[in-house]
Design a protein around this ligand. Structure first.
Ligand SMILES: [Zn+2]
Length: 478
């Protein structure tokens, strides 16, 4: 069995609070996939360090901490960001973004491009300290294969949509479009094949894309499927004002969008709403009352001009996690955004405790993904998802002091690459290098697909080809 002992950890962060959450000169012992013990280094070494087969790691110049948890991402969509540079006028909201950016990008995917681009996204996440990602995406088979190869802890949120025709794959054969029932069958198959595989490291969730671009029956069938298999139900809600006002107008007779979703039985403790960036106080209270979780993504929300009312969500005890919502972002950036945005929003409740962003990026996201029993903190019995930061040439997390470390990780962490990253007690990255794949090869393959996407997009544009085909208008009353 795998045995690893981190000895003399300069700072061992077990919990994301400054009170009792940091052990100076700590020791962490891992056996198999789990954390077996942690405490003062001398004690841990005396108890576990004398075994012949233990891999002893000197961490006297390292921070050792829980792996970060990304509650919302679309890991394989790096090529999509090229379109932002080709726009002829500014984006006006999420509907416009979907029409001009998202669907042209998603309609282009193939099984192999998703696989390669997902590995690029996972390399970026791991490098910046994220060990778990919730990946909202089409092509569940390709996402699964990439998740197995990368070794990351992954929630595969199988994206389905009824309002547009998107390329998708079934049994390895690309077909242009799936019907509502075929999408549900694809999701069910992914649950049966992949949920709780790799010793529980990979999970599957049901993910109708958004409440405005899926028929109502897609949403309710999705929830029924999630209940049947006891998996998470996830969807994009209240991301921008244009979307929210149209949704509220569509369901005005039902008391507005959020009341309607609640009445449909779509807000439950198994529900994860991505964003909730423009929810008001009353709607946040409904989120809290129903046990619905929120994935808060401040960097992408701010690009659309919005910021969720996080202090009120926390006051109401909403389960909030942090997400990057973009594969080339990382959670250190998101933590900085959280620190800044909630200090300047002109609202009654403002500001956060200094350690809150770090808490949300670990325990908060774990709770939002219903994974808190296993990850989010370093405790005996939990899975050994651990990252380390090398302090040998540290200038940004300076001066080192355990009382402000949590604050510095949020404020000065952006740009930080982790030295080691372990998931389930397995080194995926060690001393600044990946152990599981050739990073340069992954970058080269991803660049190939991005260049191909550029050529394909420009050709379609020159020839006036439609970038995708619409099936029904969005914001359907039923
Ligand atoms: Zn999203």
């Amino acid at each position: 069995m795998n045995k690893i002992l981190f000895r003399n950890c300069r700072y061992l962060i077990s919990h994301p609070t400054p009170f009792g959450g940091i052990i100076e000169n700590g020791g962490l012992y891992i056996e198999g996939t789990q954390i077996k013990a942690l405490g003062p280094s001398a004690e841990i070494e005396a108890q576990y360090g004398n075994q012949p087969d233990v891999d002893i790691v000197d961490a006297s110049k390292k921070i050792v901490m829980p792996g970060l948890v990304d509650a919302h991402n679309h890991v394989g969509e790096a090529q999509m960001f090229l379109i932002f540079g080709w726009l002829e006028s500014p984006l006006t909201g999420i509907a416009d973004t979907a029409r001009r950016v998202l669907w042209p990008a998603y309609n282009w995917f193939t099984e192999e491009s998703v696989y390669d681009l997902t590995l690029l996204g996972m390399a970026n996440l791991l490098k910046h300290g994220t060990t778990t990602v919730a990946n909202a995406f089409t092509f569940p088979d390709a996402v699964y294969r990439a998740s197995v190869v990368s070794g990351m802890r992954t929630a595969i949120h199988v994206q389905t949509i009824t309002s547009v025709k998107l390329a998708d794959a079934r049994h390895g054969v690309a077909v242009p479009y799936l019907t509502e029932d075929e999408y549900m069958a694809l999701t069910e198959e992914a649950i049966q094949n992949y949920h709780n595989t790799e010793d529980g490291r990979i999970r599957v969730g049901v993910h109708p894309s958004a409440t405005y671009n899926c028929t109502q029956s897609m949403l309710t069938k999705g929830m029924a499927l999630a209940e049947k298999y006891d998996v998470q139900f996830c969807t994009h809600v209240a991301e921008s004002p244009d979307e929210k006002s149209r949704a509220d107008a569509t369901w005005a007779a039902e008391g507005g969008q959020i009341q309607h979703l609640r009445d449909l039985g779509l807000m439950t403790p198994r529900t994860l709403f991505y964003h909730g960036a423009v929810l008001n106080e009353q709607e946040i209270e409904m989120v809290a009352e129903t046990g619905t979780a929120i994935a808060h993504n401040p960097p992408t929300n701010s690009i659309l001009g919005n910021c969720a009312y996080l202090p009120y969500m926390l006051q109401q005890n909403v389960k909030v996690g942090l997400g990057t919502d973009a594969p080339t972002h990382n959670l250190f950036n998101v933590m900085l955004s959280v620190s800044q945005q909630h200090a300047i929003m002109p609202r009654e409740l403002r500001g956060l405790m200094p350690w809150t962003p770090f808490e949300l990026a670990t325990v908060g996201s774990a709770r939002a993904l219903r994974w808190e029993e296993q990850i989010g903190t370093l405790e005996p019995g939990k899975r050994a998802d651990v990252v380390t930061i090398d302090l040998t040439r540290n200038t940004s997390l300076f001066p080192l002091n355990p009382g402000v470390l949590h604050l510095f990780l949020a404020f000065n962490g952006p740009g930080t690459q982790v030295s080691d990253a372990l998931v389930d007690g397995r080194f995926l990255r060690r001393d600044g290098e990946f152990t599981i794949f050739d990073e340069e090869e992954i970058i080269n393959r991803a660049q190939y697909w991005c260049d191909k996407f550029t050529a394909d997009y420009m050709q379609a544009k020159a020839e006036g080809d439609p970038m995708f085909e619409r099936v029904h208008e969005e914001y359907q009353h039923f």
